[in-house]
Design a protein around this ligand. Structure first.
Ligand code: HEM
Length: 402
């Protein structure tokens, strides 16, 4: 298989941008109309993800371990996507679905590569796709013995903390194993849409999960404004590694910086630490105004309930320090300033591991401020909340084949 030729031809497809993805789906839905109902009405997000995933696999086609791990996980995760047969009964993904997707992919490549789409390039693509599809199917088969295709989760409480923020508690039908800091694809059947949500709690013996949602788009607005107790959501396989690797060097202090609902995974991590040795941790939660600190009470309670541990400075120091900070606060007697600035003011953090979670804007600004203050980027862990954001396709070698 000529991987350089694969990468080059792929660069022709990505150069066409969203047009290529539109072409791919239009072809798929003509080849296999029954797949249309599996996808959301608005395909904008899916288009980007499929291209990103395929690009990632092409980039790693000659890196067997990375490719296998990625494709296995994606295949296992694809067990949550069901089609329906002519009588409307659910049909799980099977080999024929992969064949249809492969056909649509080759047809798209043929169109966008043009005259340089040779029989040997076609054969290489067919082989590469077959390799990926087999790995995905193997990942699905392996996970069948271990987990359900998805979890059904009943909404057991809805707490609207602000007009645009709610805290949902759900109870899955089977215990759902995830690591604090990971996120779960969550489906609202009424919307036919999946989005990632990160639990705000460490795994509990009763299996319940708490999600924090801020109304930003159609999916989150539905959860904030309309979801009701008793409604059933679906949960897919937990994803994300960055934040969940926070305990790689437990001897170091930990600095957690959160903005908005980014506080959720960091609270889950803090709860997990509370159940362990109590690693020295500072949790800085920032908002524009005190009203943004929608989880303040819960975090105060968590900090107050942390057992003390002896340190060089004191025999009874709590291992968790919770530092809320706001940019504007009439009558606010806590810290003032952006989360990153407050964090840098209250400590040096040269020896700390630092986890950042918030909106893309907040995350970018925080990382820039930390780097400008001399923090080693190796010590920064950031979750993108979306395991379809892979290393840029630009990493691939896009040289023209001979
Ligand atoms: C090499 C093969 C494939 C790749 C690389 C791939 C990749 C992806 C990726 C990255 C996502 C986004 C997942 C997420 O949001 O976490 C996705 C979603 C999805 N895939 Fe695939 N997929 C493949 C094959 C298939 C097949 C064979 C089917 C069935 C015909 C399928 C149906 C779906 C559906 C229904 C979604 C969800 C769409 C949505 O709700 O946004 N995929 N796929």
């Amino acid at each position: 298989m000529d991987v350089t030729a694969l990468r080059w031809s792929w660069s022709q497809v990505t150069a066409a941008g969203p047009k290529a993805a539109k072409h791919f789906y239009a072809t798929l839905f003509v080849i296999a109309p029954e797949t249309r109902t599996m996808f959301p009405t608005n395909m904008q997000y899916q288009e980007d993800k499929l291209l990103a995933a395929l690009g990632h696999m092409i980039t790693n086609m000659d890196n067997n371990d990375t490719l296998a791990a990625f494709a296995h996980h994606l295949g296992a995760d694809h067990r949550r996507f069901y089609g329906v047969d002519v009588e409307g009964r659910p049909v799980p993904l099977a080999e024929r679905h992969y064949i249809w997707v492969g056909q649509a992919l080759l047809a798209t490549l043929a169109d966008f590569v043009g005259p340089q789409w040779t029989p040997s390039l076609r054969a290489d693509w067919a082989a590469a796709y077959e390799k990926v599809a087999k790995l995905m199917l193997a990942g699905a088969a392996a996970s069948e013995r271990l987990t359900p295709p998805f979890w059904q989760a009943e909404v057991i409480s809805v707490e609207r903390r602000r007009s645009d923020v709610c805290v949902l508690t759900v109870r899955p039908n089977y215990l759902c194993n995830y690591l604090p800091g990971q996120s779960l694809p969550t489906h609202v059947p009424a919307l036919r849409t999946w989005r990632y949500l990160s639990p705000a709690n460490a795994p509990r013996p009763n299996g319940t999960l708490e999600f924090h949602v801020r109304a930003a788009g159609r999916f989150s607005t539905y959860l904030v404004r309309r979801v009701t107790v008793g409604e059933i959501l679906l949960l897919g396989h937990p994803a994300g590694r960055a934040l969940s690797t926070y305990n790689r060097a437990p001897h170091r202090p930990l600095l957690l910086i959160a903005g908005g609902t980014g506080v959720a995974p960091l609270r889950a991590i803090t709860e997990e630490l509370q159940q362990g040795n109590g690693r020295t941790t500072t949790l800085v939660v920032g908002g524009k105004t005190p009203d943004d600190l929608y989880d303040h009470q819960a975090l105060l309670t968590l900090a107050a309930s942390t057992p003390t541990k002896s340190t060089a400075a004191s025999a009874f120091e709590p291992w968790l320090r919770y530092v809320p900070t706001v940019e504007i606060g009439w009558g606010w007697d806590g810290e003032l300033g952006r989360a990153a600035d407050t964090a840098l003011r209250i400590g040096s953090w040269k020896d700390a591991d630092i986890l950042v979670c918030g909106s893309p804007t907040m995350t970018r600004a925080t990382i820039a401020a930390l780097k400008a203050a001399g923090i080693d980027p190796e010590r920064l862990l950031v979750e993108r909340f979306d395991h379809s954001v892979y290393p840029a396709l630009a990493l691939a070698d896009t040289a023209t084949p001979d």
